[in-house]
Ligand binder design. Structure first.
Ligand code: KG4
Ligand code: ZN
Length: 413
């Protein structure tokens, strides 16, 4: 049995989790404390890195305490510990670049001898996202894990955020993933196709050349005047159209208003994506429609037209995704499993199409549980457990544990 405490701060979710691999081979989440910063970033229409950093700093200790309560309830044992002056000084020195977090930790250590730091968990490792992601945000988790490691004398394993997304499916299925597998990672920061020969053996075979699919949702939503994050906002309008009208009716309406969006790189004969053109096409479409509307005095995009654009946007995304899956499959018919992960997989329309695609090709489809689709620390813990199983080395020299914003899944840390 192995148990880890995992920390995720790569983007706009702050997460702390306790995750276990049991002797029976099951992966279980013992505690999942998560704080979403969506409301803080919404006014900016996207994630603002320095704000993300500040939010992580102010939330980590509270989340550590919340995770501890949940872990205790799930029978993780904790030992009461006290610290030497030197341990405290060294731990706080690791937090020097995170002033607010350092102040919170210092206060907690000095004023709360019964508090969260003075209870050392009985775990095998501390796991932290070291990349890819926003470096100022990644650094918060990395500095914090170093401080915890000094206080508790527990080793650290750095984890790749994208492997975390892939590993998120381990919790949802009892069956083993059958290899070779293909992973489709679709999030706000990434759009990648990864070939997986076994756990830990990854090769990126396709990626976006510009915007990620979630990013395109977010940017298109902004153009359309819809709230951040754009994915749920656009998909809500698109779903409403699908539930209200037949496909033929919607298509006729799209023809009536000349609403047609491109399917970028669909025919490019490779596994790369490009979504920035889709967003730009939305911009031009809205501009052209507004020109016509302005003649008759309207100031806003009529709701019907806005909904049709959302519908067409989602159709374009589904066409590109399934088209690229077809291309990847045509070049490797050996694939036994498709793993789909990342925030965009919270989209039920995309989920349905991917399910149908897998059924048609007769391959297993693994998707994370709904609440593990977006960023969280449980998936980081799962990737950490996979790393421990394949004997990845723990960090020995803390100065070498740094944020790697562009860390690719097929590169060694
Ligand atoms: O994986 P994630 O939480 O963060 C990154 O690592 O990027 O993904 C967030 C992205 C955002 O761009 C958001 O708009 C998108 O996932 N998203 C969705 C949906 N829910 C979240 N996109 C489409 N449909 C959704 N229902
Ligand atoms: Zn992510």
């Amino acid at each position: 049995m192995k148990t880890v405490l995992a920390i995720e701060t790569s983007c706009d979710e702050t997460g702390i989790a306790y995750v276990r691999h049991t002797d029976g081979g099951d992966y279980i989440s013992l505690a999942n404390a998560l704080h979403s910063q969506i409301d803080a970033h919404a006014p900016y229409g996207g994630v603002f890195p320095m704000l993300a950093k500040r939010e992580h700093g102010s939330n980590l200790v509270g989340l550590l305490a919340a995770a501890q309560v949940k872990a205790l309830a799930n029978k993780v044992s904790f030992e009461n510990v006290s610290f030497t002056e030197e341990q405290i000084t060294t731990a706080l020195a690791h937090l020097e670049r995170e002033q607010e977090l350092m102040e919170i930790c210092k206060k907690e250590l000095e004023e709360n001898p019964e508090g969260v730091f003075h209870k050392k968990p009985d775990i095998d490792a501390l796991v932290v996202t070291a990349g890819p992601g926003l470096e100022p945000a990644l650094w918060v988790g990395i500095s914090f894990v170093k401080a915890l490691s000094v206080l508790w004398n527990i080793p650290i394993l750095p984890v790749n955020h994208m492997e975390g997304h892939i590993a998120s499916v381990l919790l949802s299925k009892k069956e083993e993933v059958v290899f070779p597998a293909l992973a489709l990672l679709i999030s706000g920061g990434h759009t990648e196709l990864v070939s997986i020969s076994t756990w830990g053996q990854y090769e990126v075979i396709g990626k976006t050349r510009d915007d990620a699919v979630g990013e395109a949702y977010d940017k298109a939503a902004r153009i359309l005047g819809l709230p951040y994050p754009g994915g749920p906002a656009i998909s809500k309008e698109a779903e409403m159209m699908r539930n209200t009208f037949t496909k033929a009716d919607i298509e006729a309406m799209c023809v009536k208003y000349s609403i047609k969006l491109p399917r970028p790189m669909l025919k490019s004969q490779d596994m790369d994506f490009s979504f920035s053109g889709l967003k730009t096409a939305v911009l031009y479409l809205v501009r052209d429609i507004m020109k016509v509307i302005n003649i008759v005095g309207a100031e806003e995009l009529p709701e019907e037209i806005l909904n049709l654009i959302c519908y067409e946007f989602e159709e374009a995304v589904v066409d590109v995704i399934t088209g690229k899956l077809n291309f990847a499959y045509a070049h490797n018919r050996n694939i036994k499993t498709l793993i789909v992960a990342g925030g965009v997989i919270a989209n039920s329309y995309i989920r349905t199409h991917i399910d149908a695609w897998c059924e048609d090709k007769e391959i297993f489809c693994f998707k994370p549980e709904f609440d593990l689709a977006t960023d969280n620390a449980v998936m980081i813990g799962l990737a950490g457990l996979l790393g421990i199983e394949r004997d990845l080395p723990y960090v020995e020299d803390f100065s070498k544990l740094i944020a790697r914003g562009g860390w690719k899944i097929d590169e060694v840390y």
